[in-house]
Design a protein around this ligand. Structure first.
Ligand code: SF4
Length: 354
């Protein structure tokens, strides 16, 4: 496996935003105002599993959606709203716009990015692809529109295995980006020949194997659920490895009463809703050597709040714009993935990504 040198320490990880706390009465009032504004503007909320529980609940209460990023984008294609209000990170807003070019897509904070997206600048990634032009370029959904436009396939964490296996069977060599942990996992399972871009998720990279072993000893009957953006020695301890959607499903379907969960803590809202009698334990991020810049809570996802959601509905700002030439290229590898899923009878609902 080769890697392009990239100094990921250059990525500036923001402090987790601290929003002024609201009383229950204030929360109800702001939620009621947001609901009215959504209706007046024929807008719908589309929220990711990692956002604040209040936002997820509001999206559900107002007829919006709470999902992984691909399902968020697909929801936009079938909903009649003129405006999609994407609560998540920027690549999610961009993917919504790529699939729904005729709609207005706005976000509470356009500065909400992602370490995978930030760590894969389009110019450097393009040069890497150009230097290995005999490779098929497969990129994870957590990338900019420009990077998607340079790719042959876009994949989510749930569908990466069958697509890479399919390409490997055709004798294709794969250039994979940007998450090196997910890429290594896919390579181990499929045996494909893969060149890796060395990106990582600051949230999942922090899960610590030694501390996880200790917590497993304390909860021997707990099932360990791990997102494949986590390091290999954490993945090796998993009972279930999967996308956000797959991990939520595991909590409702497995008979275990306790679950140790190695992904962003925002997912607990949906897990608890689906299985209120189950006990959820955060996988440890503070083992030996941990620097814990995020502590299982994505700081960029934390940039979404009731307050700035209301502000963006008032101002009408923070709209996602994508150059049409880039959008037209970026939609091709996304549609290729969706067509593959349809041909193989793979339900994308269960195949989501981060
Ligand atoms: S949790 Fe990781 S992959 Fe998801 S948006 Fe945050 S930094 Fe990106």
């Amino acid at each position: 496996m080769n890697s392009q040198p990239l100094n990921l320490t250059k990525i500036v990880v923001p402090e987790h935003p601290q929003w002024p706390s609201l009383s229950d009465q204030e929360k109800q009032a702001i939620k009621a105002r947001i609901s009215r504004k959504l209706e007046q503007q024929n807008a719908v909320l589309v929220a990711h599993y990692y956002t604040d529980a209040e936002l997820q609940a509001l999206a559900e209460e107002t007829g919006g959606c709470v999902a992984d990023s691909l399902e968020m984008a697909r929801f936009g294609t079938v909903h009649s709203a003129d405006t999609l209000v994407v609560c998540g990170v920027r690549f999610m807003g961009e993917t919504s716009k790529i699939l729904n070019p005729e709609k207005r897509v706005i976000m509470p904070d356009l500065g909400a990015t992602c370490s995978l997206d930030e760590g894969c600048p389009a110019d450097q990634f393009t040069a890497f692809c150009d230097a290995h032009s005999d490779h098929t370029v497969v990129v994870y959904a957590n990338t900019s529109a420009e990077v998607k436009a340079r790719s042959d396939w876009v994949v989510t964490s749930g569908i990466a295995l069958p697509i890479v296996k399919h390409l490997a069977e055709q004798g294709k060599k794969i250039l994979w980006g940007p998450d090196r942990h997910l890429g290594s996992y896919v390579q181990r399972v499929t045996g494909a020949e893969m060149l890796m871009w060395p990106g990582s998720c600051v949230v999942h990279e922090e899960f610590k194997a030694v501390a996880l072993e200790r917590i497993r000893r304390l909860h021997p009957d707990a099932a360990v659920l791990v997102h494949p953006e986590s390091p290999e020695n954490v993945i090796q301890q998993a009972d279930v490895i999967g996308s956000t959607t797959a991990l939520i499903k595991a909590v409702s379907e497995l008979e275990n009463k306790e679950f140790i969960v190695a992904t962003d803590g925002g997912i607990f809202y949906k897990m608890q809703q689906m299985a209120p009698d189950k006990v959820l334990i955060e996988a440890p991020t503070a083992g030996e050597g941990a620097t814990c810049v995020s502590c299982a809570h994505c700081p960029w996802m934390g940039m979404n709040s009731l307050q700035n959601l209301e502000q963006v509905l008032d101002s009408g700002g923070n709209e996602i714009h994508i150059d049409e030439a880039i959008r037209a290229r970026a939609v091709i590898p996304i549609k290729r993935m969706l067509d593959f899923a349809a041909q193989q009878g793979i339900g994308m609902q269960d195949k989501g990504n981060a």
